[in-house]
Design a protein. Structure first.
Length: 159
């Protein structure tokens, strides 16, 4: 079970270190709630898939937990895949959104027109035209998110 409710007063404890920063459990919970809310705001619902293709980062952890918290299925992808691999993953999972690092966006743009279900390209970094900024959609999203009562899950493709 994912415990992000912080009822045990551990919110100020350090959850992890990333580069030269410390992230508390409260910050992780806030970030997870915001991306979960943002995905709902984009129309994703329980059992929809969101592909996550990012290097290790706070946003990666928050995206994974935020999706699982809302029963949106995070599909974890390798950052070493090819454009054709990404096309397969998008169509096979029927993902409506992908959260991706800026440096990988060109691979998605190669195949985007063939992705049957993809509606939203969420970019960690600087988004291009028609793309959404991870920072902006999470900044505007609510930090208040009620966790769904179902069992969280995720998918992982191996290449």
């Amino acid at each position: 079970m994912i415990r992000l409710d912080l009822t045990e007063k551990r919110g100020n404890n350090v959850a992890f270190h990333y580069e030269d920063k410390k992230f508390t459990y409260a910050q992780v919970a806030d970030g997870a709630n915001r991306i979960g809310s943002a995905l709902h705001n984009l129309g994703l619902e329980q059992e929809n898939c969101v592909l996550i293709c990012m290097n290790d980062s706070p946003e990666f952890i928050m995206s994974l937990l935020g999706a699982m918290r809302t029963n949106i299925i995070p599909v974890l992808l390798s950052t070493m895949a090819t454009a054709q691999d990404y096309l397969y993953y998008l169509n096979d999972s029927r993902a409506k959104a992908i959260i991706i690092d800026e440096n990988l966006v060109p691979l998605i743009l190669e195949i985007k027109d063939q992705a049957k279900y993809l509606k939203h390209l969420i970019v960690r970094g600087n988004p291009g035209p028609g793309q959404l900024s991870y920072r902006e959609i999470t900044k505007e999203a609510s930090p208040d998110l009620e966790a769904d009562k179902y069992d969280p899950t995720f998918w992982r493709y191996y290449c």
